[in-house]
Write a new protein. Structure first.
Length: 525
């Protein structure tokens, strides 16, 4: 049922995406094809699974690698087409500028040669025009601010007129050509035409804004609902805030509670309650600390990349859970991110580090498993994950056909770690997976992905209360996308896109169970 819903949702997204991309011509179609290439491995794998066709790990890797290669090729074609469009736009801007210069010379009755000989007088005239333009801009800004004040009487005015006049001076014909200023909440939206590269333009505008206004405002280069570039300037007060003392205390309390639930999970796996039998604490410490090590590695991954990218993040707010030891943690950005590549790097680093350690534990645990190991699991238990079941079949072989399978404790720790990191990679809100999707595909795609994820979690929650609990947690705590970056237009490179594809694909392989027909083909149970 879940597989069919995934296929239907993916097909609907692709059809809707094509209808939206077609009006943008070659650029739109290339971008849509990249989306198709990213989704093809999922569609093929789950389509074959629904039909009872088995794909081994080699086949899965071929699908993922081929998809990544095609994505990189299409990305190069897209950038080449984008450079052509940008060159044409700059040429048009140059033609318009030359036409304006020609018109000015005609009105003043001069010729190009006369303009050259009268350079000094033209400089004086230009200075006078700039002064006049500045005064006009100030007057226009004051008028627009007064109009906004009349329309929103009783509300705090957006940006003071004197500041707005200064801010309008940061734009230029070679970066962002402003055509209209619109009050927005406590800031302003500047509409116009992007004339330079998004990253370079965002840096130039931020530097000019800091020069004239200090650190009182932040500038964001992003796309409006019509998918056209705009610049949004907001006061510093609207930016991210630092973690308060009370929040830090809460983080410590949650960390202690998570340590307790990790130990309790280890005890439950061994058939007793640590709180009722505290004298058996030594039996739960190895497994409990194994889960804690995976959680800590996840957070260290975030911290290392955040420090490397000069980004401030909050301490982790762990989510204790009796079933897994923990659901992972919540983390906030305490500084504005410069671009979506940084958003991807910091968000991806956590589950990458935690997932890698979990896989190492899982693999070593499978290799060390032998008759007489601490745990005996029913063979049907391995049908709960496509990834774990396939890997266990490759390592343990025919042992999975027995009713009970002897398993080393590290295998259980690794499996729990994979689940914890996988649920944090779900493409929803401000989860790590949601931030990865926002970084690679943008805020709109994340909003749609979040809706689909929550619907699927609600459906699965009818059979598994754990999924419903996680859906409720996302809705109340993490449903909103991350705030925009300073440069929210520049997309991350193809390597990051391929890593995102691999991470999301592995997340599904870890969380989705084997179909009965696929389990029979694998010889599990």
């Amino acid at each position: 049922m879940v597989t069919v819903l995934l296929l239907l949702a993916a097909s609907a997204i692709l059809a809707w995406g094509y209808s939206k991309a077609k009006p943008f011509g070659k650029l739109g179609i290339l971008a849509w094809l990249q989306t198709v290439v990213l989704m093809v491995p999922w569609l093929l794998f789950f389509g074959f699974s629904a039909a009872g066709i088995y794909l081994n790990l080699a086949g899965i890797l071929v699908l993922v690698i081929s998809s990544a290669g095609l994505y990189i090729y299409l990305g190069r074609q897209l950038r080449a087409a984008d450079r052509e469009a940008l060159a044409a736009q700059r040429a048009q801007a140059l033609v318009e500028k030359n036409d304006q210069d020609t018109t000015r010379l005609t009105v003043t009755g001069g010729t190009p040669s006369e303009a050259k000989s009268g350079e000094a007088s033209e400089t004086v005239e230009a200075s006078s025009q700039r002064l006049e333009a500045t005064a006009t801009a100030a007057a226009d800004s004051k008028q627009s601010a007064e109009q906004a004040s009349v329309q929103d009487e009783g509300k705090k005015p957006p940006i003071p007129p004197e500041d707005l006049a200064l801010i309008e001076g940061i734009f230029g014909v070679d970066t962002f050509f402003r055509t209209k200023t619109v009050p927005y909440q406590e800031g302003a939206i500047f509409k116009g035409n992007l004339r330079g590269k998004p990253g370079e333009t965002a840096d130039i505008l931020s530097q000019k804004l800091a020069t004239i206004c200090g650190d009182r405002y932040h500038a964001f280069l992003l796309a409006n609902p019509e998918n056209k570039p705009v610049v949004v300037v907001l006061p510093k007060a609207n930016g991210p805030s630092e973690t308060t003392v009370a929040q830090k205390v809460l983080a410590v309390v949650l960390a202690i509670a998570t340590l307790a639930t990790c130990l309790e999970t280890a005890a439950i796996l061994q058939g007793f309650d640590i709180f009722q039998s505290p004298e058996r604490w030594s039996e739960v410490v190895p497994i409990g600390l194994g889960i804690v090590a995976i959680l800590a590695t996840h957070e260290v991954g975030h911290w290392v990349l955040a420090r490397k990218r000069d980004v401030k993040i909050s301490p982790p707010f762990f989510l204790p859970a009796w079933q897994l030891g923990s659901f992972g943690s919540l983390m906030r950005f305490e500084s504005i991110l410069p671009n979506r590549s940084v958003l991807f790097d910091v968000s991806f680093a956590g589950p990458a580090a935690g997932g890698l350690l979990s896989f190492i534990f899982l693999f070593i645990g499978l290799v060390l498993s032998h008759p007489g190991s601490l745990f005996q699991l029913p063979s049907e238990f391995f049908q709960g994950s496509v990834f774990v079941g396939t890997l266990a079949r490759a390592v343990l072989g025919d042992a999975l056909q027995a009713d009970l399978v002897d398993i080393h404790p590290l295998m259980i720790v690794g499996w729990l770690g994979l689940i914890i990191n996988a649920i944090n990679l779900m493409p929803a809100g401000q989860l790590d997976g949601g931030r990865v999707v926002q970084a690679i595909y943008g805020r709109r795609t994340l909003i749609r992905a979040s809706a689909v994820t929550l619907v699927l979690l609600a459906i699965v929650g009818l059979f598994n209360p754990l999924s419903l609990y996680w859906a409720v947690l996302i809705v109340f705590l993490q449903r909103q996308p991350e705030r925009p970056c300073t440069d929210d237009l520049s997309e991350p490179d193809d390597v990051r896109a391929a890593l995102a594809l691999l991470a999301l694909f592995l997340m599904l392989l870890v969380l989705l169970p084997l179909t009965p027909s696929l389990a029979v083909r694998l010889g599990i149970g």
